[in-house]
Design a protein around this ligand. Structure first.
Ligand SMILES: Cc1cc2nc3c(=O)[nH]c(=O)nc-3n(C[C@H](O)[C@H](O)[C@H](O)COP(=O)(O)OP(=O)(O)OC[C@H]3O[C@@H](n4cnc5c(N)ncnc54)[C@H](O)[C@@H]3O)c2cc1C
Length: 397
């Protein structure tokens, strides 16, 4: 029987395990250095839209949103909130680049509706965009609460016979010649026919143990959740690039507000020992963030803020995910660099990683995401440069 080890129990690793189990692909072991969701997955705002920037991205998200809907019906304790869809907001300066993608959405059958500021305000009275702003509404987008989704998915995965070993650091990928043979943890060697690196911000030090490098960079990112509002907000999740952030309703009648920090340089993770809890809590950012958003969403004014979560976003050289077989090492696969959209991708990224492992190829053309699309020189140059978030890509959810 074939054995697959998955490194990392975030949404990508768990989803890969889920789909491998559904495919009946043999023994599946997930190795997690801390606990389920200890990486960026538990920090995510969980906002999802299908309206991305490339044909591959849009097609993959069509699979992802359909899967979120199915999982919302099938996973006990998990709800996919698509009651209001997802609103992508643009200023006049930002709109032309997005308007150019409307023919792509039409061709691929990705549902969408362009809304004026007045239409946004009348549909959701809690939102008050400037008169010249434009909305691109995605009726199949929505959001998930990571605190519901992660335990629900982990329980489903375990019920399907997958072993999730927490507090187990993978120190080394083991290969014989050009084949993966397993991984080494502190306690043992785990033999495997295939290994999936789903360890996101920590991937470079792990791949280095097999002599592999990929152009991946990580940036700090944060979001906040308020105290309950006097009355729950009837709002869609909003990707609000003009305000450098996003907001959504949150469990218990709260609001969630997330913001990027454009001037912050990339944060390098050089060891598996690094934990996101080492990042400082970003409470100094919440006041300025509220000031930026308050005219747009007046309910934010005067709110108390109960929690802050900070994590890392991972970006590739061309801004697109890196997903598929690692060149030169048979049996090794990666699913990384999901920018700020790895939560949204996960039901599809896990499915396609599982198809690579179990069937040798995914059911969708994912050549745009393949790890072998980068040259060694470009990878080295990217890794040698310190970039700020604003010098990388803005890829919101
Ligand atoms: C504040 C914030 C808000 C976000 N909002 C959204 C959003 O609204 N929508 C969206 O789609 N995305 C969002 N994201 C991005 C999203 O969180 C990530 O893209 C996604 O969670 C990546 O999932 P993952 O499973 O690939 O990685 P992770 O969740 O980081 O999981 C990797 C796991 O690997 C483990 N690991 C690492 N190294 C090893 C090792 N050597 N051995 C064993 N285990 C190891 C880690 O402990 C970790 O649990 C947000 C991110 C942040 C920080």
């Amino acid at each position: 029987m074939k054995t697959t080890v998955i490194i990392g129990a975030g949404v990508t690793g768990l989803s890969t395990a889920y789909h491998l189990a559904r495919l009946g692909a043999g023994k599946v072991i997930v190795l997690e250095k801390d606990t389920v969701g200890a990486g960026s997955s538990s920090r995510a705002a969980g906002i999802t839209t299908g309206l991305l920037w490339t044909e591959t991205g849009v097609r993959v998200r069509q699979v992802a949103t359909a899967e979120f809907r199915r999982l919302g019906r099938e996973l006990p304790g998990y709800t996919y909130h698509d009651e209001h869809g997802c609103l992508n907001l643009f200023s006049p300066a930002l709109w032309p680049a997005r308007a150019a993608l409307l023919p792509l959405y039409a061709r691929l059958g990705a549902p969408h509706q362009v809304l004026t500021a007045a239409e946004i305000g009348s549909r959701w009275p809690g939102l008050n965009p400037p008169d010249d702003f434009i909305g691109l509404h995605d009726p199949v987008g929505g959001y998930s609460e990571p605190d519901e989704y992660l335990p629900a998915l982990a329980a489903a995965v375990r019920a399907m016979g997958v072993e999730i070993r927490e507090h187990t650091v993978v120190h080394e990928l083991l290969r014989r010649g050009d084949r993966i043979t397993g991984v080494r943890t502190a306690a043992e060697t785990v033999a495997a026919d295939a290994a999936v690196a789903a360890n996101y911000a920590w991937v470079l030090p792990l791949l280095a143990t097999a002599g592999i490098t990929l152009p991946a960079k990580t940036f700090i990112h944060q979001r906040f959740v308020s105290a309950p509002l006097p009355a729950p907000a009837a709002l869609p999740p909003v990707n609000a690039d003009p305000y450098l952030g996003y907001l959504r309703p949150a469990a218990g009648g709260r609001l969630l507000l997330g913001i990027e920090t454009p001037a912050t340089p990339d944060r390098r993770v050089t060891t598996a020992d690094f934990r996101l809890t080492e990042l400082p809590e970003p409470w100094d950012l919440v006041g300025p963030a509220v000031d930026r958003f308050a005219d747009f969403c007046p309910a934010l004014r005067g709110l108390k803020w109960e929690s802050a979560r900070v994590g890392l976003l991972s970006f590739s050289l061309d801004g697109e995910p890196i997903l598929g077989p690692v060149p030169g090492v048979e049996g090794l696969f990666v699913g990384i660099c999901f920018h700020s959209g790895g939560f949204s991708y996960n039901p599809a990224s896990g499915r396609f990683l599982a198809e690579y492992v179990a069937k040798g190829a995914p059911s969708l053309d994912l050549s745009a995401f393949r790890p072998d699309r980068f040259t060694a020189a470009d990878t080295a140059a990217y890794l040698a440069t310190l970039l700020t978030q604003s010098q990388s890509f803005r890829r919101r959810h």
